[in-house]
Design a protein around this ligand. Sequence first.
Ligand code: AMP
Length: 883
Amino acid sequence: MLYKNLKSLFFLLKWEEIGEVDEDYAPIHTYQVCRVMEQNQNNWLYTNWILTEGAQRVYIELKFTLRDCNSLPGGVGTCKETFNMVLKENRYIKVDTIAADESFTELDLGDRVMKLNTEVRDLGPLTHKGFYLAFQDLGACIALVSVRVFYKRCPFLVKSLAEFPDTIPGSEASQLVEVVGHCVNNSLPLYEPPRMHCSTEGEWLVPIGKCVCKPGYEEISGACQVCKVGFYRSLLESPGCSKCPPHSVARQTGATVCTCEDGYYKIESDPSNMACTRPPSAPRNAISNVNETSVFLEWSIPLETGGRKDIRYNILCRQVLPEGRGLDECGPNVRFLPRRVALSNTSVMVADLQSHTNYSFLLEAVNGVSELAKDHPKQYVSLNVTTNQAVSVVRKGHTGKSSIALSWAEPDRPNGIILEYEIKYFEKEQDSSYTIIKSKDTEMVVEGLKPSSVYIFQVRARTSAGYGAFSRRFEFQTSPYRDERAQASIIAVAITLALVLLAVVAGFLLSGRRCGYSKAKQDPEEEKMHFHNGHIKFPGVRTYIDPLTYEDPNQAVHEFAQEIDVSSISIERIIGAGEFGEVCCGPLRLPGKREIQVAIKTLKVGYTEQQRRDFLWEASIMGQFNHPNIIRLEGVVTKSKPVMIITEYMENGSLDTFLKKNDGQFTVIQLVGMLRGIASGMRYLSDMGYVHRDLAARNILVNGNLVCKVSDFGLSRVLEDDPEAAYTTRGGKIPIRWTAPEAIAYRKFTSASDVWSYGIVMWEVMSYGERPYWEMSNQDVIKAVEESYRLPGPMDCPEALYHLMMDCWQHERTNRPKFDEIVCLLDKLIRNPSSLKKLVNSSHRYEGKSGSAFTLICIAVLLFRTCKLPFTQIFHQMPTTST
Ligand code: AMP
């Protein structure tokens, strides 16, 4: 608020002008009148013409003293204690009658106390350029000390980069005068012109809108300053000048945009703060995998992405014409899945190529600025692919009632070295189920066929490039039931059959098994996959070599494990704790291979040489195995620190924890599928001559497809690593609950003791990770097992599975089934799910040789479980039984 005093001069009518001093003896000038003794007073004091200067409302501040009539001597009846203030524009208007808050007396005069009154009145709306004021006395005793006439103004103001001029308020008391501001130099109104409102009190109120510095300028201390070289400001909304983003420059002050350096580009939709970018380099690590007349191409993202995320890939396909006649575009018949250009993934399937033909693929990476970069040479990675030639003719050799010998010729121009052949066959008109067997030779005998039946055969070759197309279909028939050999020795066969039958029946009865285990005979060189029932057998596998046989343990590691460059691995997160250090996971990118997720076991820092050897021991063992149910070793990192073992990543972690987390969530068939996988892995290990010694659900890993894989092959696993391992009376640490009695008693570890452990794993799986023998002590477990106690069937466990468990827990190890028998039986159960319907219940638990004792023990266990009595207390009350 600003005041402006208006000038005025007085002229008097019966008022007197007096020079006096105030209470501080400072000289003052007053106008007085005091004609209280006389009747009919009408005394005027006028001001000069007072210019309003445009103000429509003015204020009058009066300072005066007034005599108290009561303090005057008696007889002065006309005495007044007020006076009038009058305004004249074109006529006289009484403004107000002014009274004193405090009037003075004789006494005050004696004391020279003035008792000054201050009164303010406002006048308006004024309509003329000026006015007069007058003070009318009607018989009071007044001294007018000062008259101040002024008006209020809203002062010049700079707010939000807008200037608002000095403004005179409106005439009405509550009126606001709207004033539009003027943007300061180099600024602009944002959205709307800035406005403020001037109140009658001379205050600026209600700001609306604002100004901002124009692009190329920024606000500093209420003014707009130009952006310096190397800085820019493009948007009115941005707070200040910003440094030019990477690969762009502003060579002059006041830049509103930065320009890209040579070789770098921007597209319209790129935000102004984004760096200038360039086209990507070529894709990397392109690989192909041929499958018949399709090829799957895969590559890694380019090393240089050009600084952009919008990378897409285009494929150029050309067929190599024979006899050096050059290249020809692939033509419209070749299909690209999902498409040929603008691929966002780093793979594509190219289908409907011609068989046994050379193709050249160019893979190009492009991004948003590739179109602008006309001078930038296109960068491709090229990939030459040859589709495999099909096997042309399959011939029939010797034919039996259940077998047919086949032979075929190697394709004329195989696409690389032939690794193996696949023979696909099925009974004619039953092609919904077929079998595939593999052979390394160009001939093989297909067995297990039905007599007098027609079969369809097709053969295809696999090279390192992938599979060739299957040959056309060949139809061959097996001999009638009585073949020539059978005719020649029918009586001998009959006798033999009778004997075999007798032996089988006797064996069946003696073993007490309800389920027979039949060992399938296979050619060790073949792998046979019956897709109808999922049976895969890997016979004739290599023998496991104990790394101990190597003088230098490092040699064993490098014999069986591939050294991986640490730069191919990135560690993303920790997933567990191993004996030697953390277990992590992350992607592994090996040159020419697609990226896979791996588990990374690390050896903690500060290890001894012995610990390093023990750690890598596991890799020397694992590296010898190659089976879908054994954890696969990808390699080791030994040339840098930390030393690491890299294995395939199993999304669901260890089986025991996984089952506990998913209690009751799986179907019986899913559980049997898991058990079948574990048995298959164990069959492979036992075929290799490897005894695991610590088979337990905690040492099985589960992947995202519920495939179970045997893991934990450490040297010291049974001794140190396994928290379940306990010292036995004969020394050495053993996981008692999972270990066969002969292994506990005299360390007789064999595949048969692994079978015992497998039975315990079955029990763990069927009870969703329950702890075997619950809280019984190890000593009680040993004792109970020796006295023929066996775990009772888990709740809802199919009887057939419980029988199998009980067989695995036969005291006499030679009576336990072999792993291939277990796999075979589980396959039968999977094929015939109704065999899993009958469940174990408490009244129908195992009743073997020591049936009564067993039932009692079951009751003991139940008592233990329900009453929490110490097991031994119940147990020792039992009659002893012989095994
Ligand atoms: P280990 O030292 O082999 O007993 O591993 C310790 C823990 O790390 C296991 O219990 C798993 O939870 C986890 N782990 C080990 N290897 C893998 C793997 N290949 N995939 C996923 N988790 C794993």
